[in-house]
Write a protein that binds this ligand. Structure first.
Ligand code: GDP
Length: 295
């Protein structure tokens, strides 16, 4: 049966209760377990290596705190370090002084981008804003229909131009429409591809020039693990991202992608998707993700 990392660390240190220092050999065993648990959670190898080294340094020479068992103490160090690595507490997306606050959603096809656009719009509507969605995935009529259906179910308007493939033009026009219609939040659902390609990246750069977004968010599928890290790295280098939305965390993904993306790409995780329904979007909390990885 699957034993959580917390349990494993507790059993390594079980004979070492009470006062004194954590012993070197116990720490070595504990670091091995931590390394394995993180690799199992699909965390990037280099990130694991650096992480374990930091935890080891902190654990060495630690006096055992009276209130904790040695195992609990190392778990605490691991938890604090995981939290630090994944960034500080969640900060809501800032609202521009001159509306509309423009949010550009990017990502590969199937990552959950269109769903995330609708979820995000719903969140803003629920907090008293007047969002508008933009269907800028012009190559797949089904994608435009999907966004229209989602928008209708939320009673949120969707801007689309069925006969145009001028994505940058559509976004610029959408911004004017939002302004005149008094919509203060504009969420742009861009095209996805099965893989990263130059055309897509150029299109996104064009959109950013014509309708400069206040927030460029990359939607990535947590189930793809380390692949998600590569995708995030590529989008950040080619187009530039401010933060990510990590989807499908209701599946078996253990959260390794969250840790690696933050550490490798250096961009925070803004939200997590935890289901197909439109209310299944949550602010990202590093401490909760740390608990998930720790088990
Ligand atoms: P897009 O191609 O990136 O726009 O992806 P979609 O928004 O169409 O989503 C692709 C599939 O993933 C759909 O079946 C969604 O219902 C599903 N999906 C999106 N987000 C989540 C999530 O957080 N959890 C789960 N379980 N499924 C999701």
């Amino acid at each position: 049966m699957f034993e959580s990392l917390t349990t494993k660390l507790d059993s390594i240190f079980s004979q070492l209760r009470g006062r004194g220092k954590l012993s070197e050999s116990n720490i070595k065993d504990a670091m091995r377990e931590i390394r394995l648990a993180l690799l199992e959670a699909d965390v990037n190898f280099q990130v694991v290596k650096d992480f374990v080294e930091r935890v080891r340094e902190q654990s060495m020479g630690q006096e055992v705190m009276r209130s904790l068992t040695p195992g609990q103490q190392v778990v605490k160090i691991v938890r604090d370090e995981l939290g630090a690595l994944m960034g500080g507490e969640h900060r809501p997306l800032s609202i521009a002084t001159r509306p509309p606050t423009t949010i550009l959603l990017m990502g590969l096809q199937g990552s959950g981008k269109t769903t995330a656009a609708a979820k995000l719009a719903r969140t803003f509507k629920d907090t008293g804003h007047r969002p508008m969605l933009v269907a800028a995935d012009v190559y797949r009529p089904a994608a435009i229909d999907q966004l229209r259906t989602l928008g209708a179910s939320l009673d949120i308007p969707v801007y689309a131009q069925d006969d145009s493939q001028d994505v940058a033009g559509i976004c610029a026009q959408a911004r004017e429409t939002a302004r005149s219609g008094n919509h203060n939040i504009l969420i742009i659902d861009t095209a996805g591809r099965l893989q990263i390609n130059d055309e897509l990246m150029q299109e996104l750069r064009d959109v950013k020039t014509v309708a400069p977004p206040h927030h460029s968010l990359l939607v990535v599928d947590a189930m793809t693990g380390q692949e998600a890290v590569k995708v995030a790295q590529a989008f950040d280098e080619e187009v530039g991202i401010d933060a990510t939305i990590l989807t499908k965390l209701d599946g078996d993904a253990r959260g390794g992608a969250a840790l690696s993306i933050r550490a490798v790409v250096g961009k925070p995780i803004q939200y997590i998707g935890v289901g197909e329904k439109l209310d299944a979007l949550e602010p990202f909390h590093p401490d909760r993700m740390a608990s998930r990885i720790l088990g």
